[in-house]
Design a protein around this ligand. Structure first.
Ligand SMILES: [Zn+2]
Length: 351
């Protein structure tokens, strides 16, 4: 949507608020709507993860892994594999035989107008869909945030120096960690993640985090070994434990771009993906795919490996189980790195 030229503040005018409700009604309960649409999904904080419904139409093959997620607050969705992205009513249209008009009406009927009204009034303006925020991200976007307070650092066992080293910041109003996401080659700011125990969001929602690696800019150009984790905050955590060669993939859905980058840049790759089903699955795929490569690959040694026979829920795993290095002491991290097993040895455990 084009914005008026001499606007002083981005508040929604009555007309805009109305057109937003009409053009992008967001149902009051998105998980319930997904159920109603017969979608199989898994909820992780604010994101509903599922197999991409448009994959076959767009790529001619089904999505074998859940590449697709819908934000249950704003209804925006994104497939990081095929790029299918849009507003919730467009997803409804994709999943059903409805026309645009019917899909919009379907969302409105499920509280779409109320939800859109609430978001407009809470935010004091339009905040999604209408504006492509990728074009307005620059370093000044981070000016609102401050250095991470020592107290917050302590909760994650991250030294304040380590947080600063990676440019991690803090939203003091919302008490959220701010993790910058940058172009792997140029360092240009693409966006960031906002997170705390209760909240998680990418800004902009479609930031290309899967095309980069968190922590890559801080690695010494001479360094030939890398330790790969999923969560960006585990990178400063590793730094506090004495390592300056951790990078994070932003999740278990590791892309070909990220892999190509790692295999070109490093001679020794130590995989320290999450000690859970998704991490184990990603690791198996990588080790299978990159078997013949000259790079030396090792697998971080968790004291208690995730047990595929048990449920994913932590409570069902045996005593001493941890999901990632964020829950480990410096000594445990050190043991995991130095005790990393070769990919060949690890590969023998595959069924
Ligand atoms: Zn897709």
């Amino acid at each position: 949507m084009r914005r008026a030229k001499h606007r002083t503040r981005p508040a929604a005018t009555g007309w805009e608020a109305m057109s937003l409700m009409v053009s992008n009604p967001i149902p009051g309960d998105i998980p319930a709507c997904l159920d109603e649409l017969g979608v199989d999904f898994r909820l992780v904080l604010e994101e509903a993860h599922m197999k991409c419904p448009a994959h076959f139409r767009r790529l001619g093959k089904e999505d074998r892994h859940p590449s697709f997620s819908v934000n249950i607050e704003d209804g925006l969705y994104n497939c990081f594999s095929c790029g299918f992205t849009g507003k919730f009513w467009e997803l409804v249209k994709e999943l059903t035989d409805m026309t645009q008009e019917q899909a919009v009406a379907w969302c409105q009927k499920r509280g779409g107008v109320e939800r859109a009204k609430r978001i407009v009034s809470e935010e004091g303006g339009l905040r999604f869909g209408a504006v492509d925020t990728t074009t307005v991200i620059n370093e000044a976007s981070l000016a609102l945030y401050v250095e991470v307070p020592e107290k917050a650092c302590a909760t994650r066992n991250i030294a304040p120096d380590s947080a600063d080293h990676y440019g991690v910041l803090w939203d003091k109003d919302e008490e959220r960690w701010i993790v910058p996401i940058r172009d792997p080659n140029t360092g240009k700011l693409w966006g960031w993640q906002e997170k705390n125990a209760r909240y998680f969001r990418n800004k902009p929602f479609n930031v290309r985090k899967q095309d980069t690696l968190f922590g890559i800019h801080q690695i010494d150009p001479e360094e030939r070994t890398v330790i790969v984790v999923e969560s960006p905050l585990d990178v400063p955590r590793g730094h506090t434990a004495g390592y300056d060669n951790f990078v994070a993939t932003f999740g278990a859905e590791i892309t070909n771009e990220q892999l190509a980058f790692l295999f070109e840049r490093f001679d020794i790759i130590i995989w320290a993906l999450d000690n859970d089903r998704a991490g184990a699955k990603a690791l198996k795929a990588i080790l299978t795919l990159y078997k013949g490569y000259p790079n030396i690959q090792r697998v971080f040694k968790y004291a208690v490996p995730w047990d595929r026979a048990l449920d994913d829920a932590k409570k069902d795993q045996p005593e001493g189980y941890v999901k990632d290095i964020g829950d480990m002491t410096d000594g445990e991290i050190h043991t995991g790195v130095t005790g990393a097993v070769s990919a060949l040895t690890y590969g023998r455990t595959f069924k």
